[in-house]
Every structure is written in structure tokens, then in C-alpha cells.
Design a protein around this ligand. Structure first.
Ligand SMILES: N[C@@H](CCC(=O)N[C@@H](CS)C(=O)NCC(=O)O)C(=O)O
Length: 349
């Protein structure tokens, strides 16, 4: 079954830094509802997830410091307008000083030019940001793409793929011969698969400057750091988590506990290594949330749902604090609930 739906985000503003400091303040207290159809309407599925009941920030956005920069604030900043006005005022003042007139006029002209280019960029993004999103509910790889798309405030045409249905898979193969979700088709027809590639592409194309600097910074060294963490997640953590979840859900053999214990040791090794990064920074790529955090957070959230952190020896405090910061982010629960729901519903069988 293939289902097409239009979902339009409403605009919202937030301030990431204020929403998460000081650490002991509960971030979700600083969130208020957005005027949108609750995202869960599009994602309604039976769920008995314990964490959903007190999920007070789902569909909520930060309200503090709406005019301050933050990754969830994708509007152009007012700097250019201020600059323009200052330039004009300055230009008037300079009229009295003939020798400086030309210089101040140049400033005003430059400011107007900057403002114009920001407006043009914004208008261009407004008309081009509807994307087709081939997804499967419950797919962790789709969840991370959806989260980034939400933060970028993209309008999404969902195409739900049932991976068990041959017709549906055939439809998917028309856009991705490999037959895997996620796939996006951008407004200009550009088609892309692979979750990590999609996350980077959407961020590079649609993020505001502030979002870009946090999610996937323009500085080569900082971006390389994010890439390194994303590669490590892909090659080291994700396969272990996939195996662990698979054992958790499907292994009914007498060796199940032994197999899971073996995997736990390996996962703990990786988590211990990862936790070292957080001794010097709040997030994995930098001091603000990045695409690497999204991927790593998705893995740890899945482990959490599967009860991995109920065992105290698996809990590393700075990693747990970071995970709490991640799961408190806007749209997190909306995007991850189908993944968690699938883990929980299958684990009860
Ligand atoms: N490396 C890919 C993996 C995609 C993937 O494994 N997708 C799964 C759903 S989570 C899928 O489509 N499975 C169907 C299949 O492999 O036939 C990515 O990150 O997007």
C-alpha cells in the first residue's frame, strides 16, 4: 500500500542554548505547543510506549529568545536590516561631512544588497522546499532523516512503503533500485537514497546559517570532525546495535542471554570510547547538536527502548546526560516513536 500525504509544518522559533542551560533545568518546561496538526496524526499507530505518556515536549517548541540564534531558528537574522538602517542613518549623518558621503552610501548600498540576497534566498527556499519522502514507519534510517527535515522545516509529501508488500517495493525500486528506504525526491527532481547522505544534502541545501554551523559546520575541520563521528557510528556502533535489537526481538534460542551478554560487552566498549569525547564538549561534533549526534542518539535511544540501560553497568553518566539532552530536543519523540513502538510491540510477542 502506498500512501501519499501532505504535511506542512508551521513555523516556530526556539533558542537551543537557552533551552538546554543550565543543565538541571528541565528543557521541556520551555516549550509550548505549535499551531500545527499534531505530528502524531500522521504517524498514528498503536503504541504502548511507556515514555510517550509523559512526553510533554512532543509537538512543542521552545519559546525563549525567539529572535536569538539557534539551530531551530531558521529565519534570516535581523542583522542585515539593522545594518541597512544603520547604514542609511549613518549615510544621512555623513551628508554633513562631504568627504565621507560616498563611503556611507556604499555601506547602505551594501546593506541593501545583503538584505536583498537574504530575501531572495529565503523566497527561493520557500518555493523549493517540498520534498517527496519514501519512508517506512519504524525504520530507524528514516527516523533520522525525518528529524532533520523537521528541524529544517521542510514540507514533506510522504510515500509510505510497506517492505513486506511486493507492489510497494516495486514502487520503491523505481526511485531506488536497491529497494531500500529512505529515499527523497527534491522539488527539482533530484533523487537521493542513504540516510546519511540525505541528512547532509538537506542540511547543506536548506539549513539556515545558524542551523548549518551547528548541524554540519562550514569550517572544513569542524565538518570533518562531524564526518568522522558519522563514519564511526556507521561502521562501529550501528551494526552492533542492529544485532542487539535483532537478538532482543527475535532470538528465542537457549543461547539468547549469552549472545546478548557478548554483544553488550562489545557495545559497552564502543560506548566507553564515545563517552571520552563528551568529557571536553557537550555534543559529539561540537558544543551544539550536529548530524553525528542525531545518528548516535538514534542508536542509544533504541538501546534504551530495548532495556539496555536498565543494567547499571551499561550506564555511563556523561553519555546518559547527553542522551537526555538529545531525547528532549524538539520533534525527537515524534520522529522516533514509530521505531520505539516497533521495538516494544515486537518485544512483547
Ligand atoms: N545504509 C542505508 C540502509 C537503509 C536500510 O537498511 N533501510 C531498510 C529499512 S531501515 C530497508 O529499506 N530495508 C529493506 C531491504 O533492505 O530490503 C541507509 O542508511 O539509508
Amino acid at each position: 500500500m502506498i500512501e501519499h500525504r501532505n504535511v506542512y509544518d508551521t513555523s516556530y522559533r526556539s533558542n537551543f542554548s537557552q533551552a538546554f542551560t543550565p543543565r538541571d533545568e528541565k528543557p521541556w518546561r520551555k516549550f509550548e505547543p505549535i499551531n500545527a496538526d499534531p505530528p502524531t496524526k500522521q504517524y498514528s499507530r498503536k503504541s504502548n510506549m511507556s515514555h510517550r505518556s509523559n512526553n510533554s515536549d512532543r509537538g512543542h517548541v521552545a519559546t525563549l529568545g525567539g529572535s536569538l540564534p539557534g539551530i531551530f531558528h531558521s529565519e534570516p537574522q535581523p542583522g542585515a536590516s539593522t545594518y541597512a538602517r544603520a547604514g542609511v542613518a549613518s549615510s544621512q549623518g555623513m551628508n554633513e561631512v562631504g568627504s565621507k558621503l560616498v563611503m556611507s552610501q556604499n555601506i547602505a548600498a551594501k546593506a541593501a544588497e545583503i538584505e536583498h540576497s537574504i530575501q531572495a534566498e529565503r523566497a527561493q527556499k520557500e518555493v523549493r522546499r517540498v520534498i517527496e519522502f519514501y519512508q517506512n514507519r519504524g525504520s530507524p534510517n528514516c527516523a533520522v532523516v525525518l528529524l532533520v527535515a523537521r528541524w529544517l522545516r521542510l514540507s514533506i509529501n510522504f510515500v509510505d512503503i510497506n517492505l513486506q508488500n511486493q507492489n510497494s517495493v516495486e514502487e520503491l525500486k523505481k526511485v531506488n533500485p536497491v529497494g531500500q528506504v529512505p529515499v527523497i525526491i527534491d522539488a527539482d527532481g533530484f533523487t537521493l537514497s542513504e540516510s546519511r547522505a540525505i541528512m547532509k544534502y538537506l542540511t547543506l541545501k536548506y539549513a539556515s546559517r545558524h542551523q548549518l554551523e551547528s548541524l554540519y559546520p562550514s569550517d572544513p575541520a569542524r565538518r570533518a570532525q562531524i564526518d568522522a563521528m558519522m563514519d564511526y557510528e556507521h561502521s562501529s556502533l550501528a551494526p552492533l546495535v542492529r544485532n542487539y535489537i535483532s537478538l532482543f526481538l527475535f532470538d528465542r534460542s537457549p543461547d539468547r542471554n549469552h549472545n546478548m551478554a557478548q554483544l553488550q560487552i562489545q557495545i559497552n566498549d564502543v560506548l566507553t570510547s564515545l563517552s571520552q569525547f563528551l568529557t571536553v564538549r557537550r555534543f559529539f561534533g561540537n558544543d551544539d547538536v550536529s548530524l553525528a549526534d542525531v545518528l548516535l542518539g538514534r542508536n542509544l535511544a533504541m538501546l534504551q527502548t530495548a532495556g539496555f540501560f536498565r543494567q547499571e553497568q551499561n550506564c555511563i553518566s556523561n553519555l546518559m546526560n547527553w542522551l537526555e539532552r538529545m531525547t528532549s530536543l524538539p520533534n525527537w519523540h515524534e520522529c522516533m516513536e514509530a521505531v520505539n513502538g516497533l521495538i516494544l510491540s515486537n518485544s512483547n510477542q
